[in-house]
Design a protein around this ligand. Structure first.
Ligand code: AMP
Length: 466
């Protein structure tokens, strides 16, 4: 098996990787790193959890370090676009961790953060800029960043970009970039609209693909518990008595649902944090930090807020509610079993969620084993699982907001009306998703770079990075 040094990664980065505990490249890294080092464009079909961040960050850092120069005021040499602030923050953290012996500068700009400190960080230019599209364009329009010096572009989680309505922002950004550049494009799936987007950004790309989503699910031990909606909270408390649940991500349908679950957990004596779009950036980063550091055993999250959350050693993913888009299930359970480790996903399935379970099983091509508990409902027969009327599929993947859509859980009698409503809700969820990812960009404040930390004024904003 190849080693990082055989792939051409430079010595200071190898030293940083040792500190990170990476000994062997993951498949996407082994395939992508040599291509990126050659300087050609790349399409990577890979989802979070495969090691894709290092697959682009390591060769980018190697290339930057081999050809040092000042980006220019308000300019950057590398631009990484990510759909959510959590993902952007994590990518920024990864660049800093892998590049800690290189002395390169990294800035991260995203919403829910005031422009001021971001402008300061960008003022003298940076080597690497990680940004969400909306906030980046805010800076462009205020002339606090210029994109005409970008040498390398990364578009990460392109499918989520599309789901979250960033397509126009991306088109606009593409017109601002120099033609002469290297572009890397990552997506978990490649339906036609994503392929079109890729064609717009890439020139003659090489392609690498790893583990399609359905096989990622195979690494995770899965179970479903059929349960009455009203008993879900009791079931969660009962499960948590099991000490093998060391660190669990709990997914709920709605933001209020997440808060309710956390409140009830707290009154039952379980330490938990919630992370969702109604929380301030400070609250979100504090919650994530407490979870990462092991101060909180449980993190309760909505679908979108959890995107890009990258925490090692999540022993369990608990689906308090099942997602109605089956790919979301695969993304959720991929939060455990990171980088080849094992993990367990337990899903609570109420009677009105059985159709979702069936869709999930269809996508992953495996039956989720039923776990019986004292609180379980009788295990439904196969034909009882399918309550959804036949008709067009429910709005494709992602959509970003399991939340509102699920109010209209499909029932046998609603026919096409149900579908129509679900679809309308999907539209709503899209704008909501964007809200979570970027509209909050226009408030609050967040930025950090490799340089000396700016003293934080007012409310504590960020706790994830030292
Ligand atoms: P990503 O797909 O980039 O979100 O990475 C998933 C997880 O795998 C992260 O926690 C990384 O720190 C970890 N990781 C990435 N590459 C390696 C590697 N070569 N060896 C061990 N862990 C890795």
């Amino acid at each position: 098996m190849s080693q990082f040094k055989d792939l051409g990664i430079s010595a200071p980065i190898l030293k940083a990787l040792e500190a990170e505990g990476y000994s062997t490249p993951t498949p996407i890294q082994a395939k992508a790193i040599p291509i990126v080092l050659k300087g050609v464009d790349l399409v990577g079909l890979a989802q979070t959890g495969t090691g894709k961040t290092a697959a682009f960050a390591l060769p980018i850092l190697t290339r930057l370090a081999a050809d040092r120069k000042h980006a220019g005021d308000r300019a950057c040499r590398v631009l990484v676009l990510a759909p959510t602030r959590e993902l952007a923050a994590q990518i920024g953290d990864s660049f800093r961790a892998y590049g800690k012996y290189l002395g390169l500068s990294t800035a991260v700009v995203f919403g829910g953060a005031s422009m001021f400190k971001q402008k300061q960080a960008l003022y003298r230019g940076v080597d690497i800029l990680v940004a969400t599209p909306g906030r980046l364009l805010d800076h462009v329009s205020q002339r606090t960043v210029r994109l005409d010096r970008v040498e390398m572009l990364v578009l990460d989680e392109a499918d989520h970009m599309l789901d979250m309505g960033f397509i126009h922002d991306l088109r606009k950004i593409s017109t601002l970039l120099p033609k002469e550049r290297q572009s890397l494009f990552f997506s978990a799936t490649m339906p036609a609209p994503i392929a079109e987007l890729a064609a717009q950004f890439l020139y003659n790309p090489e392609q690498v693909a790893v583990t399609p989503p359905s096989t990622t699910a195979e690494r995770v031990e899965q179970a479903v518990i059929h349960i009455d909606t009203k008993k879900k909270q009791d079931l969660l408390h009962a499960l948590l008595k099991d000490k093998t649940i060391k660190r669990a991500l709990v997914f709920t349908r709605t933001k209020h649902g997440a808060d309710r679950v956390v409140e009830k957990l707290a009154s039952a004596g379980f330490e938990a944090e919630a992370i969702h779009g109604n929380k301030s950036q400070g609250q979100r980063t504090r919650a994530l930090d407490a979870f990462k550091k092991g101060h909180a055993r449980l993190l309760v999250a909505t679908e979108i807020a959890a995107r890009g959350i990258d925490v090692d050693d999540v022993s369990h993913v608990i689906n308090f509610d099942l997602p109605n888009v089956p790919e979301q299930y695969v993304h959720r359970i991929g939060r455990t079993a990171r980088a080849g480790a094992g993990g367990m996903a337990i899903s609570f399935c109420a009677p009105d969620e059985r159709a979702y379970l069936r869709d999930i099983e269809k996508l992953t091509k495996q039956k989720v084993p039923v776990m019986e508990t004292d609180l379980s409902l009788r295990t439904p027969a196969d034909d009882e699982r399918v309550q959804r009327p036949k008709g067009p599929s429910r709005g494709g993947r992602g959509g970003g907001g399991g939340q509102q859509q699920r109010k209209h859980a499909p029932k046998r009698h609603h026919g096409s009306e149900t579908h129509g409503k679900a679809h309308a809700q999907q539209g709503h969820a899209h704008s909501h998703a964007r809200d979570e990812g970027d509209r909050r960009d226009r408030k609050g404040q967040e930025v950090w770079s490799n340089g000396p930390r700016q003293p934080q004024r007012g409310r504590r904003q960020r706790t994830t990075r030292g």
